[in-house]
Design a protein around this ligand. Structure first.
Ligand code: S0N
Length: 273
C-alpha cells in the first residue's frame, strides 16, 4: 500500500505506469512469476520509458516490481524459446537489451527501487539504473550459468565497473545470492532501508534530485556514461552540448541571420580563454 497519490498514466497488461509530483514509476506487474519479464513486459516498459523521457513534467523515473517478494527475476523462462523470449507474435526476442540502453540514454535519473529478488536479467536492470535503493529483504544475483544464459553486455562489463572485476566475476561464475547488506558493502546499491520504508526513502531521494538543476543532472549522467560508452557516449554528451548552445544568443544569431537573409554578426560574442 502506497502513501503517495500515484496517478495512472496509461494502462498496460504487464506493467503499471504511474506519475506523482515529477516522478514517473514503472512497475513490473507479474508478482506470480517474481516479476519475470516477457517480450510484452519489456515492450510496455520501453514505451513507458519513452513517454517518461518525452514528458517535460517528468524529472526522475523509478523502476520497480510489484509486491515485496521481487524486483524482477529476469527473463520468463517459460516463454524462452529458440533464440530469445517468445511473445504472442511467435518471434523470439532479447528486447530487454534495448530497454537497458533506454535506461542509460534517458537524460533523467532512473532509480531502481528493489524489494525482494533482483535476479538474472532483473539484476542487470537494477545494475544499469543510476541509483539503487534496496529494502532489507532484497537479494541479488546472476543465474545465467545455471539456467543456460549470460549477459555479456552491461550485465558483465558495467557490473564490473560498479563492483570491480574480481567481484563481478565471482557474481557470474558462482551464481551465489547476496543480501542487501552485502550488496551495500560492495557498492552494488546506494542505500538499504527496512521494507516498510522503501518507498518513502526512494521518494525522498527522488525529491532531492528533483530540487537540483535538471541540465546539470543531464550533463552529469551523460558524462558518467561517456567515459564507458565510447563514441556513442560522446555523441550523447555532444548532443547535450548542442542543446545548451541552442539556448545561447550566439547560436540564435546564426539561425536568425539565415532566416533574415543577412550575414551573421558574431563580433559581439566573447572569445572565452
Ligand atoms: C527468483 C527466485 C530466486 C525466487 O525464488 P522463490 O521465492 O523460492 O520463488 P519460486 O517458487 O522459485 O518462484 C515463484 C514462481 O515464480 C516463477 N518464476 C520465478 N522466476 C521465474 C522466471 N525467471 N521465469 C519464469 N518463472 C519464474 C516460479 O516458477 C514460480 O512459479 P510456480 O509457482 O508456478 O512454480 C527463483 O524463482 C529463481 O531463481 N527464478 C529464476 C531466476 C532466473 O534464472 N532468471 C532468468 C535469468 N536469465 C535472464 O534473465 C536472461 C535475461 C535476458 O533476457 C538476456 C539478456 C542478455 C543476454 C542474454 C539473455 C538471455 O536470456 O539469455
Amino acid at each position: 500500500m502506497s502513501n503517495y497519490n500515484w496517478q495512472s498514466i496509461r494502462e498496460y497488461r504487464e506493467i503499471k505506469f504511474e506519475f506523482f509530483e515529477g516522478i514517473a514509476k514503472i512497475t513490473i506487474n507479474r508478482p506470480h512469476k517474481r516479476n519475470a519479464f516477457t517480450p510484452l513486459t519489456v515492450q510496455e516498459m520501453s514505451e513507458a520509458m519513452e513517454i517518461a523521457r518525452q514528458d517535460p513534467a517528468v524529472g526522475v523515473v523509478i523502476l520497480t516490481g510489484e509486491g515485496p517478494d521481487a524486483f524482477c527475476s529476469g527473463g520468463d523462462q517459460s516463454v524462452r524459446g529458440h533464440g530469445g523470449y517468445v511473445g504472442e507474435d511467435a518471434v523470439p526476442r532479447l528486447n530487454v537489451l534495448d530497454f537497458q540502453m533506454q535506461i542509460r540514454r534517458i537524460p533523467k535519473p532512473v532509480v531502481a527501487m528493489v524489494a525482494g529478488y533482483a535476479i538474472g536479467g532483473g539484476h542487470v536492470l537494477h545494475v544499469v539504473c543510476d541509483i539503487s535503493i534496496a529494502a532489507d529483504n532484497a537479494r541479488f544475483g546472476q543465474t545465467g550459468p545455471v539456467v543456460g544464459s549470460f549477459d555479456g553486455g552491461f550485465g558483465a562489463s558495467y557490473l564490473a565497473r560498479v563492483v570491480g572485476q574480481k567481484k563481478a566475476r565471482e557474481i557470474w561464475f558462482l551464481c551465489d545470492q547476496y543480501n542487501a547488506q552485502e550488496a551495500l558493502d560492495m557498492g552494488l546499491v546506494n542505500k538499504v532501508v527496512p521494507l516498510d520504508k522503501l518507498e518513502d526513502e526512494t521518494i525522498a531521494w527522488c525529491r532531492k534530485m528533483l530540487a537540483k538543476s535538471p541540465i546539470a543532472l543531464r550533463m552529469l549522467k551523460a558524462a558518467f556514461n561517456a567515459e564507458l560508452d565510447g563514441q556513442a557516449g560522446i555523441q550523447q554528451l555532444a548532443g547535450d552540448a548542442t542543446l545548451l548552445y541552442y539556448l545561447s544568443e550566439e547560436a540564435k544569431e546564426g539561425k536568425n541571420a539565415f532566416l533574415e537573409k543577412r550575414k551573421p554578426d558574431f563580433s559581439k560574442f566573447p572569445k572565452f580563454p
